[in-house]
Design a binder for this molecule. Sequence first.
Ligand SMILES: NC(=O)C1=CN([C@@H]2O[C@H](COP(=O)(O)OP(=O)(O)OC[C@H]3O[C@@H](n4cnc5c(N)ncnc54)[C@H](OP(=O)(O)O)[C@@H]3O)[C@@H](O)[C@H]2O)C=CC1
Ligand SMILES: CC(=O)N[C@@H](CCC(=O)OP(=O)(O)O)C(=O)O
Length: 314
Amino acid sequence: MAFVVYVDGQEGTTGLRINDYLAQRSDIEVLRIDADKRKDAAERARLLNAADVAFLCLPDAASREAAAMVSNPKTCLIDASTAHRTAPGWVFGLPELCKGQREALRGAKRIANPGCHASAFILALRPLVDAGLLAPEALVSATSITGYSGGGKGMIAEYQGDAPAQLQSPRPYALALTHKHLPEMMSHTGLKTAPVFMPVVGPFYKGLTVSVPLHLQQLRPGSTPEQVREALAAHYEGERFIRVMPLRDADTLASGFFDVQGCNDSNRVDLFVFGSETQVLLMARLDNLGKGASGAAVQCMNVHLGVEESLGLV
Ligand SMILES: NC(=O)C1=CN([C@@H]2O[C@H](COP(=O)(O)OP(=O)(O)OC[C@H]3O[C@@H](n4cnc5c(N)ncnc54)[C@H](OP(=O)(O)O)[C@@H]3O)[C@@H](O)[C@H]2O)C=CC1
Ligand SMILES: CC(=O)N[C@@H](CCC(=O)OP(=O)(O)O)C(=O)O
């Protein structure tokens, strides 16, 4: 018997991509809402409550509204928005976060998927905190370079229309230093202080890389770049979507440049450690619409339904 799935926000950037993934699956029956009822609360409530799994691919306020509509105890919600990522009762949708996370996702009926920048930041730093290399009290900074599809339909239209010249250069943003991913970045790494975080959106569709520069003096005394890479490799051993690259990745150093789009069209995260005698630079790369959004949501569904090993993501 097929699992019944509904995507609330089926016409948005994340929803469309989830539907592409689901279309390849014979074990999933997708409920679709009529075009003229896409924002009709009663019809959305009916479909949400008819689903085994419902994805919320909506702005935050609409996600909160949708969650409040669900009374069927069997419906599992997987929310792609920022609304519930540190909310009590919701499990964070990052199976690789730590031991026990998969089991938590199997049992959960409320799953909040990470933000795209946050996924990369957390996957790069959580192992260092868990291994005792980076103290929870550490003060860190991060930048993120991202494609414009991260900004949803609105930003895509801005870039693909008659775009003004300033959109052709990288644009730093969130300069009030209050980016909406900071709470989840702290809560799911264990860091007690928010990083100084500067995202930069560039004139390409998708692909994202978070970089975290660290002086070795910021780490446990005596730490080396080798130990940093080792901590990542040990944490993610056996994880099929996480690739810990060789220390000082030779291909990148030989080419001289880092390829921000190198994980596009995959659900993969590549983790890089570059290092000198006194410094390390951690870089985490993903497709913001893959492991940064829709791929991650489908992966969480697979984990929840207990079909993770068999299905559809690369
Ligand atoms: N794009 C990305 O890389 C990522 C996005 N996310 C998050 O996922 C969520 C969806 O983002 P994204 O797909 O990019 O956004 P889009 O703007 O592309 O799509 C949002 C969709 O939600 C629909 N919608 C808005 N309000 C309602 C409502 N009240 N009822 C039903 N549908 C509604 C919109 O309808 P309409 O078409 O009429 O505007 C639109 O189709 C957001 O919370 C976003 O922050 C998370 C990680 C990464
Ligand atoms: C380029 C761009 O604007 N990106 C979005 C993040 C996309 C994402 O992860 O959004 P949610 O947290 O809403 O899920 C931003 O930085 O706000």
